[in-house]
Design a protein around this ligand. Structure first.
Ligand code: URA
Length: 320
């Protein structure tokens, strides 16, 4: 047998590193959150050993989703990702790092602002936008949600803003982030087929998401991130002014209709949705295409919902 050369050792080390990276990507860890690696175990150990001159401040318990929401099917599994509460352990660890460089890598809340303040700021600024183009430009410059720092692109909308029907999903995935448009991956292809089944395509529908930036690793957006982004999607709905809103999945349904019901209970119903100009439109809750990809047997429920949508749209032109 040949003795192991330096070159073959290097080759093996490289192959090990590549398979280690592949493992992470498969596990959904596919976004770098900082330019430097952090050894969180070492940090935790150092923190535990460091003297505490003052009693540690009491920590708020991590926000929990409603039991009804927790038991609901999660739509965000186009790529492998964790379900339920995001694994956001970086907030739990006292940091010994120097202050972050620009842009700040806060997780889930506004750069330098408390989440509530960021949501108020978002609402005030969104309200001043008079066109969808202005709103998109505002979002391009908005730094109040740290998802924008990990995302490659803003994912604002696709389709026809003049359409009478608007579909709203949860948040972009990897394909959408790369392309900069919503529903471009496998979920998007299924959505297109569902629309085609009732005679719609993207020239006859407007498509968007509650959160316009991809959460890293396809994790679920946190309640704080949703709260910060919500004023933008609400303004987007007002400016597009569709006759019918279709909420795809539990997060969009709960965010836009206010229901606490899980999606299997909420779906197949029209909810009143009031625009700021006083006009009341209808919001139909249905299952998210990503969920249907995992549970194809549930497509029959979605089909019922889409038939309701078709009946609601029938008898009138699809473009305003
Ligand atoms: N899932 C969503 O909720 N939105 C997208 O744009 C893609 C997948």
């Amino acid at each position: 047998m040949e003795p192991m050369t330096a070159r073959s050792a290097e080759h093996d080390a490289r192959a090990d590193l590549i398979s280690y990276l592949d493992f992470h990507v498969e596990a959904g860890v596919d976004a770098a959150l900082d330019e430097r690696p952090h050894d969180r175990f070492a940090e935790a150990e150092a923190a535990a050993q460091a003297p505490h001159p003052e009693p540690a401040p009491r920590r708020e318990p991590a926000p929990r989703s409603e039991p009804s929401a927790r038991s609901e099917p999660s739509a965000r599994r186009d790529a492998p990702s964790g379900e339920g509460a995001p694994l956001d352990f970086r907030r739990e660890l006292p940091s010994r790092d120097p202050p972050p460089r620009e842009p700040p890598r806060t997780y889930g809340n506004a750069a330098g602002a408390k989440p509530g303040e960021a949501a108020d700021d978002a609402r005030a600024r969104a309200a001043e936008m008079n066109t969808l183009e202005e709103l998109e430009a505002l979002l391009r410059g908005f730094e109040g949600c740290s998802l924008r720092f990990t995302a490659k692109n803003l994912v604002f909308a696709d389709g026809n803003p003049q359409a009478r029907v608007m579909f709203v999903g949860e948040a972009p995935g990897a394909d959408e982030d790369r392309i900069g448009k919503p529903f471009m991956g496998r979920s998007g292809q299924l959505l297109d087929r569902m629309m085609a089944a009732i005679g719609l395509d993207r020239t006859m529908a407007y498509v968007s998401n509650v959160v316009p930036w991809r959460p890293p690793g396809n994790r679920n957006p946190t309640p704080q991130e949703i709260a910060i982004c919500r004023p933008f999607v609400e303004r987007q709905i007002e400016l597009a002014s569709p006759d019918i809103l279709v909420c795809l999945g539990a997060p969009a349904t709960q965010t836009l209709t206010g229901t606490k019901d899980g999606i299997l209970k909420a779906r197949g119903r029209f909810y009143p949705y009031r625009l700021r100009d006083g006009r009341e439109i209808r919001a139909l809750a249905t299952l998210h295409p990503a969920y249907l990809l995992r549970q194809p047997v549930q497509k029959r429920l979605a089909w019922r919902d889409f038939r309701m949508l078709k009946s609601a749209l029938d008898g009138s032109a699809l473009a305003k």
